[in-house]
Design a protein around this ligand. Structure first.
Ligand code: ZN
Length: 142
């Protein structure tokens, strides 16, 4: 059994944005040399998330639209009232969505590749950008 840790940084450019990070993740799995095991993709932020879905710009728009229906940006939140006047802290919607969508995904590694479905991609969900974000990768297997 072997463990490989890796990470990368992404710069988001919008308040709400979905970025396909599959290519980064795949190259790190290849670099790890692990052929059978599991991959954990984890982002260490409270206002972002990681999910798996199709890479389609129109779908990204739909997802972001529905996310902001679930947790509207402009709404009375206790967190925002507490931090009124603090730059960058009017972001309760992003904390709530991060909690719902989750900060990580687990993907099987089979025959040296990540076992995604035909249309599945690993997506980073920014909900309080633009920011510089970190993504951690842990590959476990042999
Ligand atoms: Zn906050």
């Amino acid at each position: 059994m072997k463990y490989v840790n890796d990470s990368f940084t992404i710069k988001t450019s919008k308040r709400l944005e979905i970025i396909d990070i599959t290519n980064y993740v795949e190259s790190m799995v290849r670099k790890s040399g692990i052929k059978e095991g599991v991959l954990i993709v984890f982002e260490p932020h409270t206002t972002a998330a990681i999910t798996i879905n199709e890479n389609d710009p129109e779908l990204f728009e739909d997802l972001l639209h529905i996310y902001t229906k679930i947790a509207p940006i402009e709404q009375k939140y206790q967190h925002n009232l507490k931090y009124a006047g603090v730059p960058g802290e009017q972001n309760a919607h992003a904390h709530i969505l991060s909690s719902l969508i989750k900060p990580s995904v687990i993907i099987p590694i089979t025959n040296g590749g990540i076992q995604l479905g035909t249309w599945q991609r690993v997506l980073f969900v920014e909900m309080d950008g633009p920011r510089t974000r970190k993504v951690y990768i842990k590959v476990i297997g042999e």
